[in-house]
Structure formats: structure tokens, C-alpha cells
Design a binder for this molecule. Structure first.
Ligand code: NAD
Length: 272
């Protein structure tokens, strides 16, 4: 598995497994399948209500802890300094882990205006060695700028909605300027519509790959970390088989041209 070095030197697999909207028992099964196919990074969250199932799958796999990369996130009702520390304790207990590799603020939730103190709690968890890296999710240029100005502590990454129809060029450029890695959620556009576009099938046919593999390869060549989700074993396997082919500059440009600023999820400037 290829890795990127986060801005604190911690290596992170460039492709991981997402488990949003997967019930606890099903998550245990899906994560088990993913680990069998070579995934080593798992993306969960308190919101997903499957940290326990993820934890069971990790333990049962017998894979040494240091070979796994586990991300979880605190939900919007856990913002605040003390609340965030408690949220972390609760998530690690459910996961059955002493440390997590990456802990994220799930949404900035600017209306609550508590993300700076929440971030300071994550800094404490990092200083105490309970988490190997701290980052954010769904932060905008504006909320990132405030975090940087008020705390000076740069998140290792920002996990954002990103797929060919929402290419997030401005945020990606901001991240690159500040040494923040870009992690794409819903990297396949949730499968809806995007994967049926003829241009992806055409590119895929030339490389002997599926539309999903073409989209994941586009992300990797842009430098994004990706966390595709599937509960179907054949797709779980297909989605990790993307490190042995290369899209041409023309292929990349054809996929870049699909950007339509089309959001599937909520607007982070107002959500939460
Ligand atoms: P995704 O883009 O990964 O799409 C998943 C869907 O695409 C599947 O349910 C399936 O219908 C389809 N699919 C998957 N593999 C396929 C294949 N090979 N061929 C055809 N169809 C395929 O969507 P997602 O689950 O929304 O996002 C991935 C992960 O990102 C989540 O599981 C979660 O971990 C994370 N996420 C984070 C946030 C956030 O706010 N931070 C929000 C949404 C998702």
C-alpha cells in the first residue's frame, strides 16, 4: 500500500476503507473483508454508530496494531474542550483501542463557534500521545484560516467531499500551500450517477478497468487520500486494485472537465 507522509511525519495509507451508513454488525463483516484484501486504513466516526463493529474486526484480524491506521471523528454535539476529550475517551472505548491514528473534528459547525476550543482539546490528546495525528473534516478556507491564525497548529489533513463533479480546486490549493493533506469523502460520488457517465466507461475500457477504478485513480494522481466504501466483496476488492495502472494527461483532463460544483452533502459553511 502506498502511503503519504503527513505533516508531522506519520505515514498514512493513500487508500482506506469508509464505513458510513454501515450498521455495526455489517461493518464488522465489511472491515474483515477489506482487511483480507489488503486495506489497512479504516475511516469511521462516532456518528456512524459502528466503532464497536470496526473494533471487533480489527482485533479478530490478528493484524499487528502498528500496521493498522484507524481514523474516527467527533460529532457536532461533542464540540467544546471538555466534551471533545470525553468524546475521544468514548470512541476509543468503543473501538477497544488505546490510541487512534487520526482524530478529526467531523464538521466545523460555525454556528456553534466552538471549533477552536475543540481543536485545542485535540492538541492536548496529541501532546498526551493518545492520537498519532489530528485533523479536521469539512473545513472551509475561512474556518481553516481561523484555526491557523488562532492556534498556529496545522491539521495534518482536511477530509472533504471531493469527486469529479465537485473537484474542490480552491481548497486543494489552499491545503497544498499549508502542508495539509486532502482526503476525499464520497470519492465515488456515492456511486449515484457519476459512475454511469460514458466518459468514465470509455477511459476504463482503454485501461481494462471499471469506472470506479478510473475515478479512484484520478484521485490518487491528484494527490488525494481516498476512502471508498462498499459492502460488496467484489467491489471492496476492485476498489483497492488501483495502484498498477496510470491515467494519461488527456484522461485526467477529461475527468477534470466533469467538475460542476455539485455537492451531495450539506454545505459546511452552514451545517451543524
Ligand atoms: P463513496 O463515494 O465511497 O460511494 C460508495 C457507494 O458507491 C457504495 O455504497 C456503492 O453504492 C457504490 N460503489 C462502491 N464501490 C463501487 C464499485 N466498485 N462499483 C460500482 N459502485 C460502487 O461514498 P461514501 O460512502 O459517501 O464515502 C466514502 C466514505 O467517506 C464514507 O464511508 C465515510 O467513511 C466517509 N464520509 C465522510 C463524510 C464526512 O463528513 N467526513 C461524509 C460522507 C462520507
Amino acid at each position: 500500500m502506498e502511503v503519504i507522509d503527513l505533516n508531522n511525519g506519520v505515514p498514512m495509507p493513500r487508500l482506506g476503507f469508509g464505513v458510513w451508513q454501515v450498521a455495526d454488525d455489517e461493518a464488522e463483516k465489511a472491515v474483515t473483508t477489506a482487511l483480507e484484501h489488503g486495506y489497512r486504513s479504516i475511516d469511521t466516526a462516532r456518528l456512524y454508530q459502528n466503532e464497536e463493529g470496526v473494533g471487533r474486526a480489527l482485533r479478530a484480524s490478528g493484524i499487528p496494531r502498528e500496521e493498522l491506521f484507524v481514523t474516527t471523528k467527533l460529532w457536532n454535539d461533542q464540540q467544546g474542550y471538555d466534551e471533545a476529550l470525553r468524546a475521544f475517551d468514548d470512541s476509543t472505548r468503543r473501538l477497544g483501542l488505546e490510541t487512534v491514528d487520526l482524530y478529526l473534528i467531523h464538521w466545523p459547525s460555525p454556528k456553534q463557534n466552538r471549533y477552536v476550543e475543540t481543536w485545542q482539546a485535540l492538541e492536548k490528546l496529541y501532546a498526551d500521545g493518545r492520537v498519532r495525528a489530528i485533523g479536521v473534516s469539512n473545513f472551509t478556507v475561512e474556518t481553516l484560516e481561523r484555526l491557523l491564525t488562532e492556534t498556529g497548529v496545522v491539521p495534518v489533513l482536511n477530509q472533504i467531499e471531493l469527486h469529479p463533479q465537485l473537484a474542490q480546486r480552491e481548497l486543494r490549493e489552499f491545503h497544498a500551500r499549508h502542508g495539509i493533506a486532502t482526503e476525499a469523502w464520497s470519492p465515488l460520488g456515492q456511486g449515484r450517477g457519476l459512475l454511469d457517465l460514458p466518459v468514465l466507461a470509455e477511459i476504463g475500457a482503454r485501461h481494462g478497468r471499471t469506472a470506479a477504478q478510473v475515478v479512484l485513480r484520478w484521485h490518487l494522481q491528484l494527490g488525494n487520500v481516498v476512502i471508498p466504501k462498499s459492502v460488496t466483496p467484489s467491489r471492496i476488492r476492485e476498489n483497492i486494485e488501483v495502484f498498477d495502472f496510470e491515467l494519461s494527461a488527456d484522461d485526467m483532463a477529461a475527468i477534470d472537465a466533469l467538475d460542476a460544483g455539485r455537492r451531495l452533502g450539506p454545505d459546511p459553511a452552514t451545517f451543524g
